[in-house]
Design a protein around this ligand. Structure first.
Ligand code: HPA
Ligand code: ZN
Length: 339
């Protein structure tokens, strides 16, 4: 296959997205529309002006803009519009299943009711399951720069929706806030039957990834820095704990100097179950297929390797076995038809 054929193959490849923050999918046009709807002033008047602000020196500089973007989300309909826009865009990339992050503290700590946020998102998930035909589930993030007590408060607020939450996660500024800061919180989440996912090893060291494993994380979000600890990589490979890599995010946040420095290929070679994801696609100007193509180019990924990465996205997903096999079968049919 030529590189053009491989990119076309990526476009049609059935896939799941497992690491995407709903708040980070807000496109500049929607941010400006919602600011107008909610009678707010933003420092930018046009989408182009806003796009010009999308230059980051590290995770914190991005989060500062990300939280400004969160301020325009106020009413239930705003959350519906946000989620629906992402789901339509993702379906165009042949994402058939998406497990999506939302950090309610971004809103509840400004006095917005948790129900307003969750109901809007859930309604979009229901409508998107019918049209455009994508299944979605919600992962709730506790922000790591807040105290553990605030995470416990969040957990109580989320209990009415407990049966609809795919996992509880940990996000926000990483360095100085290791996973072990939330040891009691994640123990309680697991006691209550929640799956656990933890952002670790994006900017933080390999020891943070090890802590996340020790806390029983079902998946590690990012996990890049595990590459600095060969014994840890072996453990992750043996346990088949999935890593949700976000290559374009890493580049935009200067976690890596070039795409070639992303540990994707090294991790694949050592048998780690890696997946490719977009993280905050609007701010990082890359949806999931852009991420696949950037990796295809940087690592000369073959058709078989691309199929393996798409398979990983479903084997790492929190799906019933029936659904998992159904999606894997769709990859097989697609691959057989695209010689
Ligand atoms: N890292 C941590 N927290 C986040 C991110 C990220 O890349 N995006 C949104 N919240
Ligand atoms: Zn993330």
């Amino acid at each position: 296959m030529t590189v053009h054929e491989l990119d076309a193959f990526i476009d049609g490849l059935p896939k799941a997205e497992l690491h995407m923050h709903l708040e980070g999918s807000i496109e500049p046009e929607l941010m400006l529309d919602l600011a107008r709807r909610n009678g707010m002033n933003l420092p930018w008047l046009t989408a182009d002006e806003l796009r010009a602000a999308y230059h980051f020196s590290n995770l914190q500089s991005f989060l500062d803009l990300f939280w400004t973007g969160c301020r325009v989300l106020v009413q239930e309909q705003d959350f519906y519009d946000l989620a629906m826009a992402y789901l339509r865009r993702a379906r165009a990339d042949n994402v058939l299943h998406a497990e999506l992050f939302l950090a309610p503290q971004n809103f509840t700590l400004r006095g917005i009711a948790a129900g307003t946020v969750i109901r809007g998102v859930k309604r979009a998930f229901e409508d998107a399951a019918r049209e455009p035909g994508i299944s979605a589930s919600l992962m709730i993030i506790a922000q790591r720069h807040h105290p553990e007590a605030a995470a416990f408060e969040l957990l109580e607020q989320m209990m009415p929706w407990a049966h609809e939450i795919a996992a509880i996660g940990m996000g926000g500024p990483e360095v100085g806030h290791p996973p072990s800061k939330f040891t009691n919180f994640f123990r309680e989440c697991r006691t209550r039957g929640f799956r656990v996912v933890i952002h670790a090893g994006e900017e933080g060291p390999a020891s943070y990834v090890r802590e996340a494993l020790d806390l029983g994380a079902d998946r590690i979000d990012h996990g890049n820095s595990c590459i600095d600890d060969p014994a840890l990589v072996r453990t992750i490979a043996e346990q088949q704990t999935p890593l949700t890599l976000c290559p374009i995010s890493n580049l935009r946040l200067k976690v890596i100097p070039t795409m070639e420095a992303q540990p994707l290929r090294k991790l694949m070679e050592q048998g780690v179950r890696v997946t490719i994801n977009s993280d905050d696609p609007s701010y990082f100007t890359g949806y999931i297929n852009d991420n696949f193509k950037a990796c295809r180019e940087a690592f000369a990924l073959t058709k078989a390797e691309l199929i393996g990465l798409a398979r990983n996205s479903f084997t790492a997903a929190f799906l019933s076995e029936d659904n998992r096999q159904r999606y894997l079968g769709m990859i097989d049919s697609y691959a057989a038809g695209a010689q």
